[in-house]
Design a protein. Structure first.
Length: 205
């Protein structure tokens, strides 16, 4: 039986304006050794792919084909009340599905050509894509639609992070095959973006 962890419901009002979040956003590559709360993970995932109206989601998707899946890599003691490990975000009921109970930050960092901050960030989100969900409607043009959508999701996550006092960085440089192997992704899931997230050390902002 799959282990499912229900997330707290997302808050639909925050304390920082969109303008302030945009102006404060900066790539952060140095994180404090400070855990995140489960509600912060909930907000980040909701901003990435949460359902906002009927079946439609927080980020736009060509033809509402929704090709993206978000993988969560939580460090040991990275998130309060969540065992370190790998999880899949289940959009339908805003929950996590446990994939593996193990802190895989270090092998993930190696698969991403070794940046230390992937090894130390309390949380990393990996945006993966199943291209066929979109190319089956749009042919080859669907490839660019999927890549564009990953950008929308990445920006939502970046700004959501800033609004909660967190920082993040978008990582595009990694070995697809090694990341897929570390995350034990099935063949049709292609990793597109790795996003380490945490509290910035003060000189990073
Ligand atoms: C598509 C894309 C790929 C990126 N890949 C990496 C990366 O592999 N490693 C990294 O440290 N930063 C990466 N970045 C972050 C950029 O280096 C960063 O956004 C840029 O230096 C501008 O700084 P700012 O984000 O603070 O405005 C990437 C950004 C984008 C948009």
């Amino acid at each position: 039986m799959a282990e499912i962890i229900k997330l707290p419901l997302p808050l639909l009002k925050g304390t920082m304006s969109v303008e302030e979040a945009i102006s404060k956003r900066r790539s952060v590559r140095n994180f404090q050794d400070k855990p995140l709360m489960l509600y912060q993970l909930s907000q980040l995932l909701w901003s990435a792919q949460g359902i906002t109206r009927r079946y439609k989601r927080a980020a736009p998707s060509a033809g509402a084909t929704y090709p993206l899946n978000i993988i969560i890599v939580a460090g040991d003691s990275g998130i309060i009340d969540l065992v370190g490990g790998e999880y899949l975000y289940r959009v339908s009921d805003h929950s996590l599905k446990l994939i593996k109970k193990a802190d895989i930050r270090s092998p993930l960092s190696s698969a991403a050509l070794g940046p230390s901050f992937i090894g130390t960030a309390p949380l990393t989100l990996v945006i993966t894509a199943v291209y066929s969900r979109t190319t089956s409607h749009y042919g080859n043009r669907g490839i660019r639609y999927v890549d564009m959508e990953a950008g929308h999701v990445g920006q939502n996550v970046s700004l959501m992070a800033v609004s909660m006092g967190l920082g993040s960085v978008m990582i595009g440089a990694f070995s697809d095959s090694e990341v897929s192997s570390v995350l034990q992704l099935s063949k049709e899931y292609i990793p597109l973006y790795i996003i380490p997230i945490g509290y910035p050390v003060s000189d990073e902002v």
